[in-house]
Design a protein around this ligand. Structure first.
Ligand code: UTP
Length: 272
């Protein structure tokens, strides 16, 4: 059973400066809801009850968001605005939050390793909140169902235009069931001519806990950062990583283009 979900949220979010100078990127809203709340709701839907968040300096707003705000709640009690807090109050009731800090921004792999203290030795989910997913059955739910069958690490993948391969981890693998690939190779941010396929890893992972031991030994890779892709490659070489082409839609809200697309999409859906 996967009960814990890790949210690496220590990145600088430089593509959104100056908005992210004093505000965590994960707190940027799509309509009225911060990105990270969408991620937490997806994890709750998938059955997770502990949200483990890796933060850094300047990220305190995340902790305040997932906490009771007595003064505000008192002020708006009985007004039309009261209902605006219902969703976040439900989230706070349904799970617990724990936090640790990544002292230095040394890459996603390093952020995940920083979360070991919150996870312990058990399989866990990872959500990158800036990848916002919309699906009938949540993407993490789809992946946890698959984990129950295969009991190995799983990454969510999607087809991308090859010219974008240098923004993603890209996999090679064999399709063992419809939309499920046994991964044999993965390359972090390859140029299109070096990409092993057009299947890219997006911000949803199920990881078995041996990943922590592997990450401890993983040297800085692309961009001088400790890459989760490099650690996953070790598991993949042991035949222990699947990629799943999920049902649903994903928005790269870490980019301005994706953020605007997500805003329009959710706005349109809300008004339908
Ligand atoms: P990104 O590659 O999107 O980096 O990280 P970023 O810093 O958030 O954004 P830009 O590129 O500067 O605009 C992917 C995810 O990994 C987390 C980020 O918070 C984001 O959720 N991350 C990345 C960490 O937590 N720590 C790191 O050292 C690197």
């Amino acid at each position: 059973m996967i009960k814990k979900c890790l949210f690496p949220a220590a990145g600088y979010g430089t593509r959104f400066l100056p908005a992210t100078k004093a505000t965590p990127k994960e707190m940027l809203p799509i309509l009225t809801k911060p990105l990270i709340q969408y991620g937490v709701e997806e994890a709750i839907e998938a059955g997770c009850t502990t949200m483990a968040i890796v933060t850094g300096r300047g990220k305190r707003a995340i902790e305040d968001h997932f906490d009771i705000s007595y003064e505000l709640e008192h002020q708006i009690k009985g007004t039309l605005q009261e209902y605006c807090l219902t969703e976040i109050q439900n989230v706070i009731e349904k799970c617990t939050f724990s936090y640790t800090r990544q002292a230095e921004v040394k890459g996603l792999g390093h952020a995940i390793l920083s979360g070991e203290t919150l996870i312990g030795y058990e399989p866990f989910a990872v959500v990158l909140a800036d990848d916002l997913c919309d699906a009938k059955v949540g993407v993490l739910s789809q992946m946890i169902t698959l984990y129950e069958k295969y009991q190995c690490s799983i990454v969510a993948i999607e087809e991308i235009p090859l010219e974008n391969s240098n923004k993603y981890g890209v996999i090679a693998g064999v399709e063992i069931e419809k939309n499920i690939f046994k991964i044999s190779n993965m390359v972090e941010k390859p140029e299109s001519q070096d990409a092993p396929s057009n299947l890219a890893i997006i911000g949803r992972y199920i990881l078995t806990p041996d990943i922590f031991d592997i990450l401890r030994e993983t040297k800085p890779g692309k961009g001088g950062e400790i890459q989760i892709t490099d650690a996953l490659l070790i598991q993949a070489q042991q035949g222990k990583v699947l990629g799943v082409k999920f049902d649903g839609q994903r928005f790269d809200c870490g980019s301005i283009d994706g953020f605007v697309k997500a805003t329009n999409y959710f706005y349109k859906n809300q008004n339908q």
